[in-house]
Design a protein around this ligand. Structure first.
Ligand code: GLC
Length: 567
């Protein structure tokens, strides 16, 4: 593990030049490749071990070299960091940890100069408990307008000692916390679907709606191209706040329309909010967009967030969760295209983000193993070689598909999950709230390696890193991969260039082969083949391979767990 004080300065980073802004912006988001930056772990300019906005700005040329269209910034707002910034105390500022307001302005203009669009995270389901509204709600007492911005209720039982219902926090433990009233006695309870430091807002209150319209405008005025909307399926709760015991773990299997819908998720009322926001965005020039983070199923319900008068996109988590088999991939791709096609939206594709095990590790787990929520010391480990091989094949498959693709920082390096973080370093509230039973998401959030031989692998000018970096990460560092044929980074780079020049990521997909072991489709004149079977697969006679996720057989056939683009 690496981490600690001291160290020498970063070596200079040599950009290879900008490219012009997309001059034909017809709904750029329909085919965009959007790169997620997790600010605390991308680049640390001031050496305190936490990434920051100036750090991101100095590394923007990496995104240009890579060839993405846009970046999405996870929260950088003032926050007590109870949930790594997804607990926002001020929606119009920058946490000193990450810089100042002028730093985000500089970042946005530096991105624009390079032809990169910028999307920011919007967290409307809950504020931080340090938000001025919540601080005012506590002394204001039951029945006050201040409490009515949140979901305060009396407890159950004669003395109100039991929570108002049986809902559980997503991070473990009850979804309710009791407050002390002004007389010091235990009083009402407030709802938090996440950490205690993340009280849920009351979206039935017009004041909450008005405030978020103003927040949207604040960032639209600063020039952002859009918003990633956090927990978009959670804002409206079933009015009776009925008890709920999930019959199965959410998203553990394919959903059906008939499955009962939890009273806290995916209520029909959320859509009115997004219609309202759609109108706000439409007041602005330049094709602004929103993407819903909505963990709902089946894909048809996901697509409902991307109807023409709502958001422009929704994350396709069913795709992220799909098993690495030809039938499963075929099914999810087909159903996703149908579901989003039916509402006229582009499909999105995503394999990794800051909430899930990095796909270079996830895909190295046995196919029948349950999906772990975090991997730590002593846990069964995925096969790293198999994981990376499949991850590269999955990425090449994904980047050809029609629609918009999301990349998560570090995946272009083939970065695995950090699986040996000592438990005492864990920061994800899940670990504490689950009573140390669920390790949570720190393993995908470790600061990424830029230079193999620099302190903190070039993350910052010192050795400091808010989560320790594995010793094995030198080999993944950008400077070890840049210019190296066959490296994961060069594969991503080639794929993104070819995607642009061949017009992949848009158009109509035509399946070529029944999906038992080999998936083959055409997009225009490009043939995309992924071999999931045990035997090498032959390409059609006369095709020329443009790009492959791994070496081919001597006779040109495609080995197991390899994707090729051919023509
Ligand atoms: C979203 C974020 C996650 C956060 C949660 C609560 O799922 O992606 O990181 O913990 O919302 O805001």
């Amino acid at each position: 593990m690496r981490g600690g004080p001291g160290g020498r300065r970063l070596s200079t980073y040599a950009p290879t030049g900008a490219r012009p802004v997309d001059t034909q912006p017809n709904e750029w988001w329909r085919r965009a490749v959007i790169y997620q930056i997790y600010p605390r772990s991308f680049a640390d300019a001031n050496g305190d071990g936490v990434g920051d906005l100036p750090g991101i700005t100095t590394r923007l040329d990496h995104l240009v070299d890579l060839g993405v269209d846009a970046l999405w910034l996870s929260p950088f707002y003032p926050s007590p960091q109870a949930d790594a910034g997804y607990d926002v105390a001020d929606y119009r500022g920058v946490d000193p940890l990450f810089g100042r307001l002028e730093d985000i302005d500089k970042l946005i203009s530096a991105a624009k100069e390079r032809g990169l669009r910028v999307i920011v995270d919007l967290v409307p389901n809950h504020t931080s408990s340090e938000h001025p509204w919540f601080r005012a709600a506590l002394p204001a007492g039951p029945g006050s307008p201040e409490r009515n911005r949140y979901v305060f209720r009396a407890g159950k039982g004669p003395a109100g000692n039991d929570p108002p219902n049986d809902w559980e926090s997503n991070f473990g433990g009850p979804a309710w916390t009791r407050v002390a009233e002004r007389d010091g006695r235990p009083g009402q309870w407030y709802l938090h679907l996440f950490d205690t430091g993340q009280p849920d807002l009351n979206w039935d209150n017009p004041e909450v709606r008005e405030e978020f319209r103003a927040i949207l405008r604040f960032w639209l005025d600063r020039g952002v191209d859009g918003f990633r909307v956090d927990v978009a399926h959670g804002l409206v709760k079933q009015a009776d706040l009925a008890d709920w015991r999930p019959p199965v773990e959410p998203l553990s299997g394919p959903g059906t329309e008939a499955a009962p819908r939890p009273p806290m998720w995916d209520q029909d009322g959320v859509h009115e909010i997004y219609r309202d926001w759609h109108r706000v965005l439409a007041e602005y020039p330049g094709e602004r967009m929103m993407v819903a983070e909505a963990w709902v199923e089946p894909v048809e319900r996901m697509a409902a967030y991307a109807r023409p008068d709502e958001m422009q996109q929704a994350f396709n988590f069913e795709y992220l969760l799909a098993a690495w088999t030809a039938p499963a991939q075929y099914a999810v791709i087909t159903r996703s295209l149908e579901a989003t096609g039916a509402v006229g939206a582009p499909t999105t594709w995503v394999l990794s983000n800051h909430d899930v095990i990095r796909h270079a590790s996830r895909l190295g787990l046995p196919l029948d193993a349950p999906r772990p929520r975090g991997i730590g010391p002593g846990d069964p480990k995925p096969d790293p070689v198999l994981g990376l091989r499949r991850a590269r094949a999955a990425t090449l498959l994904m980047l050809a598909l029609p629609g918009s693709a999301y990349l998560y920082q570090g995946e272009e390096l083939g970065l695995p999950e950090a699986m040996d973080i000592p438990d005492e370093y864990r920061q994800d509230p899940t670990w504490e709230r689950s009573g140390h039973t669920v390790r949570g998401r720190d393993g995908c959030r470790v600061p990424i390696p830029w230079e193999a031989d620099a302190p903190s692998y070039g993350f910052g000018p010192t050795d400091a890193s808010w989560l320790p970096q594995p010793e094995s990460w030198a080999e993944y560092a950008l400077d070890r991969q840049r210019g190296v044929p066959g490296s994961t980074y060069e594969m991503y780079r080639s794929a993104l260039r070819l995607r642009r020049s061949l017009g992949l990521g848009q158009g109509t997909l035509a399946w070529q082969e029944a999906p038992d072991e080999v998936l083959t489709f055409r997009l225009g004149d490009v043939l995309v083949l992924t071999n999931f079977g045990a035997e090498p697969a032959a390409l059609p006679a006369g095709t020329r391979v443009l790009l492959a996720s791994g070496p081919l057989e001597a006779d040109g056939r495609v080995p197991t767990d390899v994707t090729v683009w051919a023509r």
